[in-house]
Design a protein around this ligand. Structure first.
Ligand code: PHE
Length: 445
């Protein structure tokens, strides 16, 4: 099968669209808050640069050289033990698993877009009540918006790389950036902006322990969409003579800047109108709407725009989470794109319903094991085990399995003198770091 190609800009926006997701706007600010701000942000930035950037190049290279779905690319590139290495491509399954909870959260966001238009809670207690009522009792609303998310994502996938994924990213990504830049510019005019900057950048080393390190590394991975085959699958559709290093740089740069811009903006609003930074996962659904309330009518507009931007970020990541498996079935089983997209969609949709029910009173008990709901389990298994494991496999695959001369012929001209440093780090530093992170994440979560 011939795989369609992205345009150059289309590739960068689609890959950045994959990376910029709920991880940047929903998760990053609250974990930065929870783990003490500046010191965490610094460790996260260093990890993104040292480990994230180098695995990003490796993952891109597998797709770029393989030019097929993940499983076939691994198979074709391994000089021997093809049947073993092809399992590297089944990492695409992690994307479908992530979608189980990701699509539910996108549903909440859709719901918040609609309600913020006319109503905002007047304080954090009320906001918390509204959120928990939705989460724990309101099956219908959650199911309705979850279904909407499923239809949107599946529809885009049926339209393919060019007419679906690229087209959506070309519209949604610039819109998302405009909204964030607009709201960020407004935030810089508020008195509390300085406090937000200080919180995000002044490191308080007393807050650092091994947990901080592990969470920062884990998040760097999730936010850059690494270890799952999303970047690899998109890279199979990259233009032939593209510069992988420049592309990787743009994706890492956009992803990191958007996380920081979102964080600074949210903390400014929360200092100015709300209750300060450390709020946990409910931050954007609880503390933020209450802060927007204090702004008056402009708060409603901001709230709607904010949730639209968050929804766009989620949708552009979602298609990249499902596309690897969609391509797998098209390529290996000769399925039509329509059949493959709908089947993969129904897979995450139906398990998503179970994830949704696992937060609802009356179902919760049956769907909770060891203190974690089904929803939390999926999040935990994917982010803490599957992605780091996938990253480890990709680093080892490019570092030790694919012939060095093949890797070098493409990357030495692009990396120059840095090639040797990159190769060394991929072979020895990254695998060890990933292994340690995986072990410790399994324990602390
Ligand atoms: N990077 C996305 C986010 O930050 C999530 C994601 C992970 C997407 C892995 C694709 C692959 O939300």
């Amino acid at each position: 099968m011939k795989i369609a190609r992205f345009s150059r800009l289309g590739f960068i926006l689609a890959a950045a669209g994959s990376a910029v997701g709920l991880g940047n706007i929903w998760k990053f600010p609250y974990i930065a808050g929870e783990y003490g701000g500046g010191a965490f942000v610094l460790i996260y930035l260093i990890t993104v640069l040292l480990i994230g950037f180098s695995i990003m190049i490796a993952e891109m290279l597998i797709g770029y050289l393989g030019r097929k779905d993940g499983v076939s690319s691994f198979e074709d590139l391994a000089p021997k033990h093809k049947n073993l290495w092809k399992f590297g491509g089944f990492q695409g399954l992690a994307g479908l698993f992530i979608m189980i909870f990701y699509s539910v959260v996108i549903g909440w966001i859709f719901h918040y877009i609609v309600t913020s238009l006319t109503y905002l809670p007047s304080n954090v207690e009320e906001a918390e009540k509204i959120f928990n009522t939705m989460l724990n009792t309101d099956i219908f609303t959650q199911l309705f918006y979850h279904t909407l998310a499923f239809i949107w994502i599946t529809y885009v996938l049926t339209k393919g790389i060019k007419g679906g994924i690229e087209k959506m990213n070309l519209v949604l990504m610039p819109t998302l950036m405009l909204i964030l830049i607009g709201m960020f510019t407004y935030a810089t005019t508020l008195d509390t902006f300085g406090r937000a900057v200080e919180f995000m950048f002044a490191p308080d080393w007393t807050k650092i322990d091994s947990n901080t390190f592990v969470v920062a590394v884990g998040h760097a991975f999730f936010t850059l969409s690494l270890g799952m085959g999303a970047i690899m699958t998109y890279s199979a559709s990259m233009q032939k003579d593209s510069n992988l290093v420049t592309n990787a740089f743009w994706i890492v740069f956009l992803d990191t800047s958007i996380a920081i811009v979102a964080g600074l903006m949210l903390f400014t609003f929360l200092y100015q109108y709300g209750s300060g930074p450390a709020q946990g996962p409910g931050l954007v659904f609880i503390s933020l709407p209450a802060a927007f309330y204090e702004m008056g009518i402009i708060g409603n507009i901001f709230a709607v725009l904010f949730f639209v931007a968050l929804g766009f970020a989620g949708l552009t990541s979602s298609v990249s989470l499902v596309e690897p498996m969609v391509q797998y079935f098209i390529n290996r089983f000769n399925w039509s794109r329509l059949k493959s997209s709908i089947t993969m969609g129904l897979f995450f949709y139906s398990l998503g319903v179970i994830a949704l029910l696992s937060n609802v009173d009356g179902y919760k008990e049956a769907l909770t094991w060891n203190g974690k709901s089904f929803f939390d389990w999926v999040d935990y298994i994917t982010a803490s085990i599957m992605l780091p494991l996938g990253g480890l496999v990709m680093a080892v695959f490019i570092g030790f399995v694919v012939e060095k001369q093949r890797v070098e012929s493409i990357l030495r001209p692009q990396l120059g003198w840095a090639f040797d440093a990159w190769y060394f780090s991929l072979r020895y530093i990254t695998p060890v770091a990933m292994f340690i992170v995986m072990l410790s994440l399994m324990e602390i979560l």
